[in-house]
Design a protein around this ligand. Structure first.
Ligand code: CO
Length: 137
């Protein structure tokens, strides 16, 4: 069901410091900060030859990554995102398998303007999973 690894998201306490680390120390192609208010984050996209890293920092008062940063003040891996071809079919399949789809179970629009859902870490080896519908995968 799952396709390619779309991105790994890392919550960071200082976006500029993290961008410098990826740009200068690792030599990656790094975007400017992009506010994504509907997801409560500011994102910097790191382009790799085969995938992306997303550096996340809380945006606004009700950011879903604020509590994570409190628990992990130096930052940490927050979620990994897999591509799926048909997100509604994926949700239906996962629910039948007993997996918890976070929220109301309906896709929302993620940082790339595509439908996404999140799956509970308890069902996936302690790792928060994002599924993103990428029709052309
Ligand atoms: Co993500």
């Amino acid at each position: 069901m799952i396709g390619r690894l779309n991105h790994v998201a890392i919550v960071v306490p200082d976006l500029e410091a993290a961008a410098t680390l990826y740009r200068n120390t690792l030599g990656a192609v790094v975007s400017e900060p992009v506010p994504v208010p509907e997801q409560g984050v500011t994102t910097i996209f790191v382009e790799l030859p085969n995938s992306k890293i997303e550096l996340l920092h809380p945006l606004g008062d009700h950011s879903p990554v604020a509590a994570f940063l409190e628990r992990n003040p130096r930052g940490g891996t927050h979620h990994i995102c897999y591509e799926v071809r048909d997100i509604r079919a994926a949700i239906e399949h996962l629910r039948a398998e007993g997996v918890e789809v976070i929220g109301d179970g309906k896709p929302s629009i993620g940082a790339h303007g595509l439908p996404v859902v999140f799956l509970h870490p308890r069902d996936f080896c302690g790792t928060l999973i994002e599924l993103e519908e990428v029709a052309s995968q």
